[in-house]
Design a protein around this ligand. Structure first.
Ligand SMILES: [Zn+2]
Length: 240
């Protein structure tokens, strides 16, 4: 029994480290997308001084803690969001394993969906855009792993997103501002492929509540909605 739990905890630790590497990778790709940099050939640099980073500077979580959150070259603080994304992705890898119990194709499907959601959230927060590439990636991931009921899922996703789209048009007309962008509608279409109507409703409600809390706490009049849908999705994936 002790042996079993030791292996179990080793697995969890390994998955956390693996997740933090993927978090670092998706963060890096999103940064390159926002700054229109080459995806493959450009090397990672410090955002303050532009110094190229070594392999030892790029170990997730560890490098940040070792340098006490400061750049080795210029001494300026590194954006905490990098550490946060690495930790969150690590935790998501662990929670999905605990829920799924096996490292099988269902785990892989949920992991890829979570990485897509994390990536599009980073971009949406910084640029108020949800790139179509992430939506298409989510749809391909769904089609790759799903064998039954594809037509049913597609019809459900279509009905839900059209319904939300019409609702948004009516809301925009009533209070003369953009409540939700097309990117959010496409995102709702994509996630509706993965979840049943009941869970999609929970996700939209949860995202709206979290968004409202953000508006009230930070007194903002415009927020990107994508990250809240993403957070609600990941909570539903890992805990419900
Ligand atoms: Zn620097």
């Amino acid at each position: 029994m002790i042996n079993y739990s030791l292996i179990f905890y080793l697995k969890l630790s390994f998955l956390f480290i693996l997740g933090s590497f993927f978090g670092s990778f998706i963060n890096c790709l999103s940064y390159r997308y926002i700054n229109s940099l080459d995806f493959i050939y450009s090397r990672s640099i410090c955002e303050n001084c532009g110094h190229k980073l070594n392999v030892s500077d790029l170990i997730p979580v560890f490098s940040y803690l070792l340098r006490k959150g400061k750049c080795k070259y210029c001494g300026k603080p590194i954006d905490k969001s990098h550490l946060l994304i690495e930790i969150i992705t690590g935790i998501v890898f662990v929670l999905l394993f605990i829920k799924n119990k096996y490292l099988n194709y269902l785990y892989l499907k949920d992991i890829i969906l979570s990485l897509i959601l994390i990536g599009l959230s980073i971009i949406d927060i910084k640029s108020y855009i949800i790139p179509d590439g992430f939506i298409i990636g989510g749809i391909i991931n769904y089609l790759f792993f799903e064998f039954d009921d594809i037509y049913l899922d597609l019809i459900r996703a279509f009905i839900i997103s059209v319904f939300i789209y019409l609702l948004v048009i009516i809301m925009n007309k009533n209070n003369h501002k953009d409540n939700m962008g097309m990117g959010d509608i496409k995102l709702i279409f994509m996630i509706s492929l993965y979840f049943d109507a009941y869970k999609v409703l929970i996700i939209i409600l949860l995202a709206s509540i979290l968004g409202l809390i953000e508006i009230l706490i930070h007194k903002r009049n415009k927020i990107p909605f994508g990250p809240f849908i993403a957070i609600a999705c990941i909570i539903t994936l890992t805990l419900l």
